[in-house]
Design a binder for this molecule. Structure first.
Ligand code: GDP
Length: 453
């Protein structure tokens, strides 16, 4: 990373009470002094860290705006470098003019995530903490906020470091055993190695299991509402979305293509597709819709399979039950207000809720069933939760390596080969936290940040 001093607007562009411009780098204070004139006549260069002056931002003789300039001195700042934050009134033109003046005086434009990348490079944040920042900013539910905040506090790094520490410890014992195979100490016995590997595998499996539920909370889940024509799919979609976007009619086969909608049920965002009814048909246009609906079952992560409680199941219903048997699916028995003529035993053990999409009855039960089947119900947002595909892939690599170490040991191969597998697992975990990571990986993480962060 070059030692240039970078600047960017750190607050959203638009009209607001306050707007902040951030400068970071060796020359941050000197450059800020060129455009900031304090009321007292003091220079920012004379201030200790964590202090502020009131004055004006100026370009030559022209006063742009009143300004509070806050000085942070390296290494005690967000980036670990000298930082100045100029707080002015939150108008786009004001902010842009001051930023331009800073560029004219030697600052260079910060790219996306540059402040956080500098913080990472200077050891102020590890990669899991850096990744949690965007999650924190974009959180739109309490659980997301808790997960991101926990990760920023270092909960994920701590957990990963504990596992990594256990692996290093085990590797050290294995190395001693390799050199002194006749040593009788209990911690140097292969049985003990095996037990420790099982413990580590459990820990890695546990933390990996947090990823999917966490991702569903953050990004939502692709969901297909499927069922025969007229069972009430569009009405269910309308109940969930509270709009009349799908055409609801009692003529079978009206919903001919897939309509997309995002709705929030409890804490979960469903990325919904209302599909044409699944049933055998000769109408070519309708047939396209039916094929699309079947494809939706394959590509959606969650299926809401709708059945009409007021009529007995027929062969189309039974074939749908077969289509979804290996999927994450909730059986939605609709039209409960019309009474029940349906044989519920045919659904076997699949999670099932009775609702009336028309009256809204059963909504809470449906919400609970969705929370349960997506494993979000089991997720503790206060625990360490993996929050990016990058973190998941590293943890999965570590898990594969430890499993391989265990099978290598059990197959009677040289104990040194076991040590090599454990080293691979440690390397994957060091990459997860960013302790040992290539520049390309770090660049990829910070590319997703906004400018000014
Ligand atoms: P789709 O073809 O599966 O999308 O079914 P629709 O949502 O278009 O509904 C078909 C018919 O069933 C419409 O006349 C709806 O008003 C009616 N309907 C849907 N849900 C309910 C319900 O819960 N109770 C009753 N009584 N009628 C419903």
């Amino acid at each position: 990373m070059s030692k240039s001093t970078v600047a960017a607007i750190a607050t959203p562009l638009g009209n607001g009470g306050i707007g902040v411009i951030r400068l970071s780098g060796d020359d941050a204070i000197t450059i800020a002094d060129k455009i900031f004139k304090s009321r007292s006549g003091k220079l920012l260069a004379d201030l200790p860290g964590y202090s502020a002056l009131f004055g004006n931002s100026v370009i030559g003789e022209e006063i742009i705006d009143q300004t509070v300039a806050t000085v942070f001195r390296a290494p005690k700042s967000y980036t670990g470098e000298n930082v100045v934050e100029l707080s002015v009134h939150g108008g786009t033109l004001i902010l842009k003019k001051i930023l331009r003046a800073l560029f004219d005086n030697g600052a260079t434009p910060a790219i996306q995530g540059e402040f956080s990348k500098r913080a990472f490079m200077n050891g102020k944040l590890d990669l899991t903490q850096a990744e949690s920042i965007m999650g924190l900013i974009s959180a739109h539910s309490e659980s997301q906020l808790k997960m991101a905040s926990g990760s920023l506090q270092g909960r994920v790094s701590q957990k990963i470091e504990n596992i990594s520490g256990a692996l290093v410890n085990l590797g050290a014992h294995i190395a001693v055993f390799s050199d002194y195979p006749d040593e009788e100490l209990p911690e140097l016995q292969p049985k003990n190695f095996e037990r420790k590997m099982h413990d580590i595998i459990n820990e890695l499996e546990n933390i990996l299991s947090t990823y999917d539920a966490g991702r569903i909370l953050r990004e939502g889940i692709t969901t297909a509402i499927v069922g025969k024509p007229n069972v009430g799919k569009s009405t269910l979609m309308n109940m969930l979305s509270g709009t009349d976007r799908s055409i609801v009619t009692s003529v079978a086969g009206t919903t001919r293509d897939v309509i997309e909608e995002t709705v929030t049920v409890g804490e979960i965002t469903l990325r919904l597709a209302d599909t044409a009814g699944i049933h055998s048909t000769d109408d070519t246009v309708e047939k396209l819709g039916v094929d699309l609906a079947k494809k939706r079952i394959d590509t959606s992560e969650l299926i809401l399979a709708v059945f009409d409680s007021s009529s007995a199941l027929d062969s189309d219903d039974l074939s749908l039950i077969d289509d979804i048997k290996d999927k994450k699916a909730v059986i939605v028995v609709n039209k409960s207000d019309l009474g029940s003529r349906i044989d519920l035993t045919l659904f076997k053990d699949l999670p099932l809720v009775n609702i009336s999409a028309k009256t809204g009855e059963g909504y809470d039960a449906l919400s609970d069933a969705i929370t349960k089947i997506t494993a979000v119900a089991n997720l503790n947002p206060d625990a360490a939760v993996l929050s990016s595909e990058r973190q998941r892939a590293c943890a999965a690599r570590a898990l594969d390596s430890v499993r391989f170490a265990l099978s290598t040991m059990n197959s009677g191969m040289s104990i040194d080969a076991v040590g090599v597998c454990l080293d691979d697992a440690v390397a994957a975990l060091l990459e997860l936290t960013g302790k040992r990571v290539t520049n390309e990986v770090a660049d990829e993480v910070f590319r997703h940040f906004c400018v000014g962060k």
